[in-house]
Design a protein around this ligand. Structure first.
Ligand code: ZN
Length: 215
């Protein structure tokens, strides 16, 4: 048995964590429902109320495609398998097709983009100028027939009233993994596990995303 290193690339969940556009209804509520006290044996339990797109999560095609596949039916291999982490920390505003053409992205894989978004603290206010994937880059990824793409912010697009980036990917059943934390990750190849919660008929699922080295 060799050396295996497990790297957590998930957004820590807390009531203070960054949420999409700082919308109050997107903020998780964590309530302690049972506590261990001095009076005798008991248990610690809590109730979590959270948005389906909180923190590190997977979008199902159903998120933007009418009649699209729900999260409980997305094949797990979409988010479990070999992946490549690419360094795009030099990108200032958005990831374009020209940025991606330099990367030699192969078909059938999972690609994760490390951008300057990852330098933001996990409880920082939402940055409306986050680096995103533009429509042309999304169409290019679809043409490369990848399995899934991941980005290090709670959204993969912005300033797109018609959601071209989500649609170019989800209409082709390409997985979208949002809310990764990649500041501590070196570019390279890893085995990724980012299985979403199996929410029946759900539009998305939170996940604990892990990169595994040495398998
Ligand atoms: Zn989402």
């Amino acid at each position: 048995v060799g050396f295996v290193n497990v790297i957590d690339v998930s957004w820590p969940i807390s009531e203070k964590m960054t949420v999409y556009k700082d919308r109050q209804e997107k903020r998780p509520v964590i309530t302690q429902t049972r506590a261990i006290t001095n009076e005798g044996p008991d248990a610690a339990e809590s109730k979590l109320a959270f948005d389906s797109h909180l923190g590190t999560h997977v979008d199902a095609p159903k998120h933007f495609v009418k009649g699209g596949t729900s999260i409980d039916r997305v094949p797990l291999a979409t988010y479990v398998g070999m992946c490549a982490v690419y360094d795009l920390t030099h990108v200032q505003e958005k990831i374009t097709q020209a940025d991606l053409e330099k990367l030699s992205i192969s078909a059938g894989g999972i690609v994760l983009f490390k951008t300057k978004n990852s330098a933001l603290a996990p409880e920082a206010p939402f940055n409306p100028d986050f680096v995103f994937i533009d429509a042309g880059a999304a169409a290019y990824l679809a043409s490369r027939k990848i399995k899934a793409v991941g980005i290090d912010y709670p959204g993969i697009e912005r300033s797109q009233p018609n959601h071209e980036t989500h649609l170019a990917l989800l209409r082709n059943n390409i997985g979208i993994l949002e809310g990764l934390r990649l500041q501590h990750v070196a570019p390279g190849n890893y085995f990724v596990v980012a299985a979403p919660l199996s929410v029946k008929d759900g539009d998305a699922g939170l996940c604990r995303a892990l990169l595994i080295e040495g398998l």
